[in-house]
Every structure is written in C-alpha cells, then in structure tokens.
Design a protein around this ligand. Structure first.
Ligand SMILES: Nc1ncnc2c1ncn2[C@@H]1O[C@H](COP(=O)(O)OP(=O)(O)O)[C@@H](O)[C@H]1O
Ligand SMILES: O=C(CO)[C@@H](O)[C@H](O)COP(=O)(O)O
Length: 499
C-alpha cells in the first residue's frame, strides 16, 4: 500500500494526517506551539517551533507505522496564510514571524493606498490592503526595525519555511503568494509596480510554483531525524484556505464551504481571476492550477467560542458547554452577540471594532450565552454568503468544515441562518486532507485533483434548513447587521482605555 502525509501548519498547532490510496486517514497526530503576544494587537511565533513540532509529529507517524516507511511516498503542506518570515543571506531567520492575526500595521495599510492608489492596488492584488496581509508587515519592519530589514535576502510564508527546512529549497506557491499583497493575482507574477512604488526590492520575493509541484526529496538529515525514507518526495502545498477548498471538494463553480476554525471562512470557487468584487471579499489563486476562489473572513470564529469558554466556563469541555444549546429557542431569548473580539475583516475591514452582547437579561443563563455566541459567529459568516449572493452566486449547498462542524446544533444553525443545505464530510480536516491530496496528485496517483476528490472525499451527514427558523433568523440578521454601525463610535472612544 502507498501513503502520503498532509501537514497542516495551523496557528495553534501542526496537524499531520497519514492517508492511504483510498483517502482513509490511517493516523493523525497534532503538536502545539505557543503564540507570542507582547502587546495588544501583536501576534508572533518562533519559526523554529513549527520545524521542531513538525519533525516530532512525523516521528510519531513513522514510529507507529506498521509497514516499511518507504511506502510513505510523499508529503505536502497546508499553511496558515500571510505570516511574514524574514531570512538573511544564509537563510537564517531574522526575527519572529509576524502572523495573520497581528494588527499593528494600520499606518502601513494607509501608506500602501497613498503610494499605489487604492483602485490600482485592488486591480492588481484583487484585495484590500489589510493589516493581516504580508506586505504591510514587511513595511512595518522596514520602518521600525531598519537594521533587520537591511539584512533581508528573502521573505517566505510559514509553511514555505518548514518546507525549506525539510528540503533545502526555497519556493512559494501561488495560492499563498496571493495573500502577500505583492502578487498580481490574475497574471500570476510578482508585481513590479507595487514593489517599485513601495521601494521593496523584488529580489526578496521567492520563486513561484504550483501547489502540486514537486520540489525534491527530503534531506538526509531530515530522513534520519524523522524516520522517513530519503526517497520521500515533497510537493509545494498551499494556503490553508486553498487546501481546505481542495480537501472539501470545492473544485468547480457553485461549490462553497464554511469553515469554523480559529478564524471563520466562507469560500466559493471562481473559474477565472477576472471577477470584480471591488475588494469586498478576498480573491485568491486556488491550489488547483489556474483557478481561483473568493472568500470572506470572520477573524474570531472558533476563537470567540474559545474565549467565551476560557473566560466563563473553563472547567467544561466544548461538548459540556454546548450540551443543551439546541433547546434554547432561535435568537437565544433575545440575546445577540457580535464576534468582533479581535476586530473584523468581512464585511467590515476594521481592526478597532470590538464585540458586544446586546439584550442581556437577568433570566439568561450560560446556555443562552453559549447559543448567542454560536449564532453571532454564524451571522458574521452569513454576511459573506450575502455578498456572494448579491454578486450572482447561487449558494444552496454549503460544505461545513473545521472544529465548528463537530457540533450538530451548530450545523443545524448554519443550515437555518445560511438558508442552505449543510453537508458535513467524513473528515472535517479540510486543509490537512487538501495537503494530502496535493501530495497524492503530485505523486501521480490521479490525473487531476477532481479525480482525487472523487476517491478521497465522502459526505457523512446533511442538514436541511427548517423554514420556521429561517424566517426568524432573517429578522434577527437585520438586527445583527445594525450592531456594527451602532457600536462603532462607542468602540472607537473605548480604544483609549485598552492596554
Ligand atoms: N466539540 C466542539 N464543538 C464545537 N466547536 C468546537 C468543538 N471543539 C472545538 N471547537 C471549535 O473549533 C475550533 C478549532 O477548530 P480547528 O479547525 O481545529 O481550528 P484551527 O485549525 O484554527 O486550530 C476551536 O476554536 C473551537 O472553538
Ligand atoms: O488569515 C487567514 C485567511 O486570510 C486565516 O485563515 C489564516 O490563514 C489562518 O487561520 P486558521 O486556520 O488558523 O483559523
């Protein structure tokens, strides 16, 4: 039997899936690493932690593997997007990586619009200049840490760095490059114009490749450390959302997923790079060659639920906390939550807005609050679905992935709020499965990713919208959307009191 490994380099942990030729996950391991948050709005990680934990995870996979490890033919990656990793001329890391959820770069986003022009910038990158993206982080280092910036030879993204350490080769795939704000997304090349306007040397941008492309074999040193065969082939991999799309079969027009991980994403396939959403949603290169996807992002989806649990019910498991939320009526007995606890992206690109509970009543218990949190996160995702529908997309089925897909009441809520059929796949590990599929396709097991999806992916359960709930949620969604505007000025004034 042949196997591949999908490495999903997430924000809180690296998850590794060992997958056989039938698409069955035969072993799964996870290794955590910390976030470094020195100030409000800062979010960094030490790239060495990613490498150590990935190697350790692979070691566990090979140690428990019953066959000959030469049967593990290849591996590929899914990576948290946008994180800036700076390398010197010896390919040594120059500082901690600045992550996607770091929001220190509001001034740099303004500088980008001033230098390039907002419309021109959107027409090249197909996206807004957002604090989370890579280019503003690069400009921040240039301005605040000029000594470090002077030593930069190359910049890469998180999974590119781990791939480099496994193979000695430096590359970046199009799907992840799209999230840097330096790629001409439709032309699939680094933008000379943006580099010139912002005085960034284009030479620091790495060589671009396709996600399924073979970059070579693992090094002898890594083979010795991990127990993998020296013949293990490595394939480039993609951005976590592109891999999530592959791993949930979003490979043709009309297919859409909703992912509830730390962040929340609604993503829909785009066959071309030419549709114009005017920057209202992100528009990136897919991990499938020459295709694209559009997506809206809720910055704190699972993160809101984590925060709520940790702060108010730390002793409970997720299952205990959510047990019984299905019995609380739609609308949580008049309690509304907005999940803006670290700012928001879609539809409000606003790093300063913060969350609210509206309508708190002395009768409300932990269950009403828990349901309100789930509903608020889902309303936020529904704002992205509404943008897609306004732009002519037909969304009647949504594939639900990520940790949030573990809870049945939440899946029913998604069906009722999105007014669409929700499909839960057998594996909710979308990005890790997508990475494994890139390795399987790259290894020549299939003629296309679509063919691979037909073999690897299987629907497990479906949830149909309940008409009565759909109607109630339509009313509640109108109220939810008002909260942003009604609390914006209050939140701006409260900024002065944040540490
Ligand atoms: N049993 C559960 N029911 C509902 N949500 C859950 C459950 N377990 C975890 N979650 C949510 O899923 C999120 C983790 O999802 P995951 O896809 O693993 O995220 P990431 O890849 O960003 O770490 C957590 O933030 C948590 O809020
Ligand atoms: O910033 C984005 C997408 O633009 C995030 O999706 C990150 O790529 C990581 O998210 P998690 O998978 O850790 O939630």
């Amino acid at each position: 039997m042949s196997f591949v490994i999908g490495v999903d380099l997430g924000t809180s942990a690296v998850k590794l899936l060992l997958v056989n030729k039938k698409g069955e996950v035969v072993h799964e391991v996870s290794r955590e690493y910390p976030l470094i948050q020195e100030k409000t709005g800062y979010s960094e990680q030490n790239p060495e932690d990613w490498v150590t934990q990935t190697i350790d995870g692979i070691k566990e996979l090979t140690t428990t593997f019953p066959g000959d490890t030469s049967e593990i033919e290849g591996l590929s990656f899914s990576g948290q997007m946008h994180g800036l990793v700076l390398l010197d001329d010896q390919n040594k890391v120059l500082r901690n990586a600045i992550l996607w959820n770091d929001t220190r770069t509001t001034a740099q986003c303004k500088e980008i619009y001033q230098s390039v022009g907002k419309e021109r910038f959107i027409s090249i990158t197909k996206n807004l200049a957002l604090e989370g993206f890579t280019l503003p982080k690069l400009l921040w280092v240039k301005e605040h840490e000029p000594d470090i910036y002077a030593k930069v030879k190359t910049f890469v993204l998180p999974k590119d760095y781990v791939r480099y350490r496994l193979t000695g080769q430096i590359h970046m795939d199009y799907s992840d490059a799209a999230g840097t704000s330096l790629l001409d997304v439709a032309a699939k090349e680094w933008s000379k114009e943006i580099c010139e306007q912002l005085e960034i040397s284009i030479s620091i941008c790495p060589q671009l490749i396709e996600s399924h492309q073979n970059v070579g074999k693992i090094s002898l040193e890594i083979a010795n450390q991990t127990g993998l065969s020296v013949d293990t082939e490595v394939f480039a991999g993609g951005a976590d959302n592109a891999c999530g799309a592959i791993g949930s079969g979003i490979l043709s027009e009309g297919k859409t997923f909703a992912s509830i991980g730390t962040s929340g994403v609604v993503l829909s396939y785009e066959p071309t790079g030419t549709k114009d959403y005017e920057g209202k949603v992100h528009y990136f290169n897919h991990g499938e060659e020459d295709s694209y996807y559009a997506m809206g992002v809720t910055l704190a989806a699972g993160h809101s639920l984590n925060w709520f649990k940790k702060t108010f019910a730390n002793e409970l498991s997720f299952e205990q906390l959510l047990d019984g939320v299905g019995e609380v009526p739609v609308g949580s007995n008049g309690l509304l939550f907005t999940p803006y606890i670290v700012g928001e992206r879609t539809p409000h690109a606003d790093s300063q807005i913060r969350g609210s509970f509206v309508g708190m009543d002395s009768s409300h218990t932990l269950k009403e609050f828990a349901r309100a949190v789930l509903e608020g996160i889902t309303f936020s995702l529904n704002e992205s679905i509404a943008i897609f529908r306004e732009n002519g997309k037909q969304i009647d089925t949504v594939y639900s992935i990520g940790g949030g897909a573990k809870n049945h009441d939440w899946l029913q809520m998604q069906a009722d709020i999105f007014n669409a059929k929700i499909v839960k796949l057998k594996s909710e590990q979308g990005p890790g499965m997508g990475a494994a599929m890139l390795a399987a396709y790259g290894s020549g097991w299939f003629h296309s990713l679509k063919e691979c999806a037909e073999v690897f992916l299987e629907d497990a359960e479906t949830f149909e919208p309940i008409e009565e709930n759909v109607k109630a949620y339509e009313q509640l969604f109108i109220l939810y959307k008002k909260v942003y505007g009604d609390t914006k000025a209050l939140n701006d004034a409260l900024m002065a009191f944040r540490k």
